[in-house]
Design a binder for this molecule. Structure first.
Ligand SMILES: *[C@@H]1O[C@H](CO)[C@@H](O)[C@H](O)[C@H]1NC(C)=O
Ligand SMILES: *[C@@H]1O[C@H](CO)[C@@H](O)[C@H](O)[C@H]1NC(C)=O
Length: 199
């Protein structure tokens, strides 16, 4: 039983690692299509973000559709964060299957699932706001996009908080932390790009 439990815990760690790698190392084949000029645009924009190398790795694959449009780059960054949040949600939900999960842990996992669901919703609202920058209420839409992207970070933090300060399975805690860190980093990058849109 002990061996099985250890194996299972290893599997969870492996899954979390695979998720992280697949998120931060997108398929190389996609990047090949990108013309160097457009790749340079993304690279330059990424320099002002909180996590520049993650920004480059996740957004260079979209360089040829972004071309040199900063608004589209922001939308791509938000979409990457949505994908990250959805993948994280799968990982979080699987933690319910960890052996010997306590009622407290199960409740924290459930709350976290809600937080991630809210995060995905807010990211979608941010994408929507970014799509409405052509109108008269441009400033309002832009400020909404910033508010939504910031709220995502708050939600991911709130999930992590649910697992701190109490005796919680360290494996579960670690996996939750790493999953939330992916959401936080991707959303922070999207927010940096939005903040610098007209600067
Ligand atoms: C960038 O793309 C958006 C959305 O497609 C479009 O509305 C905007 O005019 C483009 N900006 C430039 C400078 O081409
Ligand atoms: C998870 O993150 C929280 C807050 O960011 C921290 O207090 C806690 O120690 C972290 N847990 C692990 C296992 O890294």
């Amino acid at each position: 039983m002990e061996a099985y439990s250890t194996w299972k815990s290893l599997m969870f760690r492996l899954l979390a690692t695979v998720l992280y790698i697949s998120l931060t190392h997108p398929a190389v084949t996609e990047a090949k299509d990108s013309k160097p000029a457009y790749t340079n645009f993304v690279k330059t924009k990424c320099k002002i973000t909180t996590y520049p190398s993650l920004c480059q790795k996740t957004l260079i694959p979209y360089a040829s559709s972004v071309k040199s449009n900063s608004t589209i780059l922001c939308i791509k960054a938000l979409n990457v964060a949505i994908k990250g949040a959805r993948d994280a949600s799968v990982i979080v939900s699987r933690q319910k299957e960890q052996k010997g999960i306590t009622r407290y842990e199960a409740a924290a996992i459930k709350d976290c699932m809600e937080d991630v669901k809210d995060a995905v919703y807010e990211l979608k609202l941010a994408v929507e706001a970014m799509g409405h920058l052509g109108g008269e209420d441009k400033e309002f839409q832009l400020s909404n996009a910033k508010t939504y992207a910031s709220a995502v970070i708050t939600d991911a933090d709130s999930c992590t908080d649910g697992f701190s300060g109490r005796k919680v399975n360290p494996d579960v805690k670690d996996i939750i932390n790493r999953s939330m860190a992916v959401i936080i980093k991707l959303s922070s990058n999207a927010l940096s790009l939005i903040n610098h849109l007209y600067v």
